[in-house]
Ligand binder design. Sequence first.
Ligand code: NI
Length: 635
Amino acid sequence: MTSLAHPLDPLDPTELATVVSLCRADHRLGDDPRFVWIALAEPDKAALLAGAAVGRRADVVVIDQTTGTSITAEVDLEKALVAMVTPLDGLHASVSYEEWTGADRVLDNPEVAAALALRGIDSSTRLHLEPWPLGFGDPAWGGDRRRLGRVTFFVREHDEDTAWARPVENLVVIADRVTGEVVHIIDGEVVPVPTDPIPIVDSDRRLRDALRPLTIEQSEGPSYTLEGNELSWEGWQLRVGFHPLEGLVLRDITYDDPETGRRRRVAWRASVSEMVVPYGDPSPMNLWRHVFDAGEVGLGKNATSLSLGCDCLGHIDYLDEHMVTEDGSVATIANAVCIHEEDNGVLWRHYDAATDTTEVRRRRRLVVSSWTNLGNYDYGFYWKFSQDGSIEVEVLLSGVVLATALDDGVEPAHGVQISPELSAPHHQHLFSFRLDLDVDGVDNVVEEVDLLAAPSGPDNPMGTALITEHTLVAKESEGQRRGSAVAGRAWYVRNRGVENALGQPVGYKVVPNASPILLASEGSPVAARAAFASHHLWVTAYDGDQMRAAGPFPNQHPGGAGLPSYIANDRNLVDTDIVLWLTCGTNHVARPEDWPVMPAARTGFILEPAGFFARNPALDVRPQTEVNPGVSCRS
Ligand code: NI
């Protein structure tokens, strides 16, 4: 089978079906394999860059349902064979859909029924069960050999009720995901189940007057072109990929530079590698909560369909994404990726007093976005390409905060009261972006640049002098960096083998937003498991097998995988192919205004050319009078 697909394109439905049938025919994948995910195996970067033909291969993760063993396989689509099968010893694949929906088996357990009955809940009560990854657990539960998960409970009597408004407090069931067997029950103090189902959309709610229409009209269509997964716009070119765990994967990002006449690479691959949401409430109900939404659940698998006029405005192109379900059938997420252009205010401007004239250019952006739903939370991922060579990455966080039932008169010690009956535990949302930047070639280096006050002295008599301090990140043991908003710290990725017209090494800089890092103590389980989140930046030497900040299989993993192990050999990072892993996120001290659905919060960062060009690359943007017919820009 020879594929017509580009080597970097996601697997199409035919390829997915082929992979499934090859795996089904191979007994090494177990007697009853349930497919957790299948994705394009990372193609050989060096071979692709050298222009060699690279065959399509698939990464497969299954759970043998007869034993609960997780198994990985690699399928060679060209040769139509299962090339490699590896049972995971003591490691566990991420949670499958079926394990998510199969949680209600715990209701058959008499002890669980008794614990619910103590809280006034019987079989006539409509419950919403919310399964969670284990986090960490008692070794006696056997998590090293069996697939374990946690189940929590909410009362949801009507469809319009907010599923998370009526938590059943202090009851957590740990169950074997394969057999459904209840392994342990955390059954603490009985707290009355909150009574208010506060619907997000309530037909009885008085709505404010509707705004007048705002219509985005692109009468001649958009200015980008989309051919298959290849997207081109204003000199930018990239391929839009998608992965079951990472969601959006942007590949081979290049810029066609009229000044040098060259198509110049900026990045080979960029994605969310991992994320973690550690909760800061030490009660047994919440102590274990720090879900890895990428590696344990799947940002891509849980992407939601987007709708025109609501998620995206204007002329929209969508990409459908295809995922395999447990039984090996192919499910299509229609409109999973939205591509559109938007106006973003002023790009550059200058008023010249001598001539009383203003030159102003408006900024247009190309936006590639996707939304994921993970239980109570919804995350939006936006990659925004601009005419000045910058790429802004924005994550939107919305949905419903995790709330716990407040016992009468009790002040929450580790959270904020958000409604008469509820408190929201403090928590963090920390994302790890894996950025395989290749600035004008693969051989790059990272420099940390701070702006500092120079020491006072004869050369600095008034103490006003400012200098930049440059720290070369020479090897992996030096690659863990923290941001400094005070110093305006940025990380420059330079290619010292290519100069701009000023004779400077070309570069891009990573401009982090002021962002938290993991706050939990060094010795905590989450610090071991989510070590990536303890620094704003990690730098590693490129290795196509090193893709996941918390390791390829964080589910039930005790920690140490991913970045801490990737840097173990302390490889050289100077003038070689390097990968940046950027942590950004938010501290969520909830507000009453976050309830019952939170206004979108934001985090992200900017990639900005820094000496990549020798002057403003957007000087050639045409005035608005030439962009929008009829516009006169008069005051
Ligand atoms: Ni939050």
